[in-house]
Design a protein. Structure first.
Length: 297
């Protein structure tokens, strides 16, 4: 893949972050979608990507969600369409769950697994959309994300991907958020300049970068220069992303089924044999007594 990166972009990024955009030649282009974009035509999207000199490496779609109160839940109306079409066209696919900040996280994880993932396993690991601002407290929202991630990882044997961004920057800056560094980062950062990973990933970097929600290509533009309709979708806007080799390679990581831990069998309790009363001495004394009686008779 070759993407034209201007000398100005390279220079500005070197000034800002100490490195340039040369890495883009090793990145992979992908889209993320939901019912807001309708049942898009992935053949058209694939053709559009190729016309720009890249392959459509993956499609990540919304799978499940709950109402804010948890009173109801649903599978996204376009999830089956995108899953089926991606498989038909040989495009890697992934599915995300929107984490509601006031709904039991275990219930959310089980719904995602039972209603979607167990029936439609994806190439990419499960994805958690972690960006809702309507949380009770920072600690509470972090706890809910941790429970969801741990339940899903334990059930699938795959380390989930976390999609997030500075929209919840106060959450990501909290010291309790360090556990998130265990999970691959898909970062929303709408800019033409390279993203700076949030605190938990400061030593690890990002795996995927959502650089625009406006169908811009190859980078974010101040004025929208793209159109989702051109890519085969019903919506004018469209989320566009770059991913590293390592991120896309997650689709090839085999599912590691956690071993079944069988508790050790307790050895049977071996009771000592009942004590045998040794009466030989008594018998001996009885014989002596009998002899004495005979002598005195």
């Amino acid at each position: 893949m070759a993407v034209n990166v201007s000398a100005w972009d390279k220079l500005w990024n070197k000034v800002r972050y100490g490195w340039g955009l040369e890495q883009v030649n090793d990145w992979h282009f992908f889209l993320d979608v939901s019912h807001w974009m309708g049942k898009g035509n992935l053949e058209t999207a694939q053709a559009q990507a190729r016309s720009r000199g890249v392959e459509l490496a993956a499609i990540v779609y919304k799978a499940t969600d709950f109402t804010a109160t948890g009173s109801s839940a649903w599978v996204d109306s376009t999830a089956s369409h995108y899953h089926t079409e991606a498989n038909r066209l040989g495009i890697k696919n992934g599915a995300y769950h929107w984490l509601q900040p006031k709904v039991d996280p275990t219930v959310q994880a089980r719904y995602y697994l039972d209603k979607w993932y167990s029936k439609n396993e994806t190439d990419l690991p499960p994805v958690l959309d972690f960006e809702d601002r309507n949380y009770n407290t920072v600690s509470d929202y972090l706890w809910r994300s941790q429970v969801w991630l741990e339940v899903v990882e334990r059930e699938t044997g795959r380390k989930p991907i976390v999609y997030t961004g500075n929209i919840i920057g106060d959450v990501l800056q909290d010291k309790k958020a360090e556990f998130l560094s265990r999970y691959p980062l898909w970062l929303a950062w709408y800019s033409r300049y390279l993203p700076k990973p949030p605190a938990p990933w400061r030593n690890y970097g990002w795996g995927a970068w959502q650089y625009s929600g406006k169908a811009d290509f190859p980078f974010y533009a101040n004025e929208q220069d793209g159109d989702g309709h051109d890519w085969g979708f019903d919506a004018y806007s469209m989320d566009v992303n770059w991913a590293t080799d390592e991120f896309i390679a997650l689709a090839g990581v085999p599912v590691i089924v956690p071993p079944v831990v069988i508790p050790p069998v307790e050895p049977p309790v071996i009771l000592p044999p009942p004590p045998v009363f040794d009466n030989s001495a008594d018998q001996h004394m009885a014989r002596i007594a009998a002899q004495l009686r005979r002598l005195h008779s």
